[in-house]
Design a protein around this ligand. Structure first.
Ligand code: CA
Ligand code: CA
Ligand code: CA
Length: 445
């Protein structure tokens, strides 16, 4: 309300000046209009400074998960397929993007990018793109005559096993043909293979300094984990390391009081190992407790029963979510999402009885463009930065970045709820109109 009052005061001041000026000459009116615009700009500065100091926390309540199994399998919960949504507070799993949407089958991994799009890799050699709030397939840059359809982002060379955004804003995909391929995240254009000749890589992780951590040997032993910095490659975990099979994911812990560690999920070994960032100092982080069914599936003994941890995700509260395929598949679903503290303690079963989980990604509040769990002036300034471009901030998917997108950021910044669409309540409507008015003036100028 303080912000709104600032705007009201500014607007009334502007009106008073206008009323006086209208009985004088046009030049004076124009000069006062300029002064009024300055008032508007000053108001925006106040708005940003005030609200930057009191941003609204909008930590994600949901995660999105890719579920991998064949569409022909029997499933007692057939709606939980494709991409599902899990509420982190209640553990409730719900349908989000069903199999078949935009030819979505066998999703292997997913990520919400800094451009606000959800990307999904598949065993069919496609990367698909969706709106992470609605699940609607995004328009394709690939012409329909070349195989394009709504939701198609890019074709990959072989299956896509994993995908991740790089610090350069490009999308990287690990393929079954042994490549780490780089794509333009806006156009879907293939840029280059940054690594080739791997054995079905499944890991893409970037260090804070931009080095690429990846694996070879896939999830079956003997796997290795490597790091590429510029043109040089370093082996962090050599193949055949004692106690280590192969990596399904690598997660870096945040640098805080203790140095960053590298958590490596061992798919068949059913463990998460912890290493120093250079691959030394191997420690056991956690054993992922398998939910062992009775009877066991053929060929499985309790001693070698793995929960098949597939991907990890660091949450803002510095806990680690681990997604698991589970020991069995439909109809006896044993997939789960488990939460561990940074010391390796299992703190919570977020959800179980799930179909096989192949990937996890966080969602972000609509308007949290820089993905820092806050909707605030930093997000508004990003909309300004990409104004009238194809960059970050087209929140309403209108094709342009304009005042309507600002209105969405503003609404989610000041609202008390977690809206998925702009719902201008009386108090936020005033701010929305005022900000939109300011923006119009910016554009006219
Ligand atoms: Ca992922
Ligand atoms: Ca933000
Ligand atoms: Ca827009």
């Amino acid at each position: 309300m303080m912000v709104i009052q600032l705007f009201r005061t500014a607007r009334l001041a502007g009106r008073r000046r206008m009323n006086h000026s209208m009985i004088r000459d046009t030049d004076l009116c124009c000069r006062l209009m300029v002064r009024m615009r300055r008032t508007w700009i000053a108001s925006l500065a106040l708005l940003l400074s005030v609200t930057v100091t009191c941003p609204r926390n909008v930590a994600a309540r949901d995660i999105l998960d890719s579920v991998i199994f064949g569409p022909g399998e029997v499933d007692p919960s057939p709606q939980l397929n494709g991409i599902i949504k899990i509420n982190l507070e209640t553990g409730t799993a719900s349908p989000f993007i069903p199999l078949g949407t935009a030819n979505l089958f066998f999703p292997t991994d997913l990520v919400v990018g800094p451009n606000g799009n959800l990307y999904v890799s598949t065993l069919f050699g496609t990367v698909l793109a969706f709106d992470p709030h609605t699940g609607i397939p995004l328009p394709s840059s690939i012409p329909s005559g070349s195989g394009g359809f709504d939701g198609l982002f890019a074709f990959t060379n072989g299956s896509g096993n994993a995908l991740e955004f790089g610090p350069d804003g490009n999308l990287y995909v690990a393929t079954s043909m042994g490549d780490i391929a780089k794509y333009n995240a806006t156009t879907g254009a293939f840029i280059e293979n940054v690594v080739t000749g791997l054995t079905s890589p499944d890991v893409i992780t970037f260090t804070p300094s931009g080095a690429l951590i990846y694996d070879t040997g896939e999830i079956g032993a003997p796997g290795a984990v490597l790091k590429k910095t510029g043109g040089s490659v370093e082996t962090l975990i050599p193949p055949g390391s004692p106690g280590f099979g192969g990596a399904s994911h690598v997660l870096l812990t945040p640098a805080g009081n203790s140095p960053t560690r590298m958590l490596v999920s061992d798919f068949h070994g059913n463990k998460i190992h912890s290493y120093a960032i250079d691959g030394s100092d191997q420690q056991l982080f956690a054993v992922v407790p398998p939910a062992i069914p009775d009877p066991l599936p053929p060929g499985i003994t309790p001693e070698n029963a793995s929960n098949f941890p597939s991907e990890m995700l660091l949450l803002p509260n510095n806990t680690v979510l681990v997604g698991n395929l589970g020991l069995t598949r439909r109809p006896d679903n044993r997939g789960s999402i488990l939460e561990f503290a940074l010391n390796g303690t299992l703190t919570r079963t977020v959800a179980d009885g799930l179909p096989p989980i192949s990937g996890i990604t966080r969602t972000f509040a609509l308007g949290d463009l820089n993905q820092d769990e806050l909707v605030d002036g930093a997000d508004v300034s990003l909309v300004f930065q990409y104004w009238n471009t194809a960059g970050v901030g087209d929140l309403d998917r209108s094709g342009t970045i304009d005042g309507a997108d600002i209105a969405i950021v503003y609404s989610n910044w000041t609202g008390d709820t977690f809206p998925t669409a702009p719902v201008p309540e009386p108090h936020s409507f005033v701010g929305t109109v005022l900000v939109a008015g300011l923006l119009t003036r910016r554009v006219i100028r």
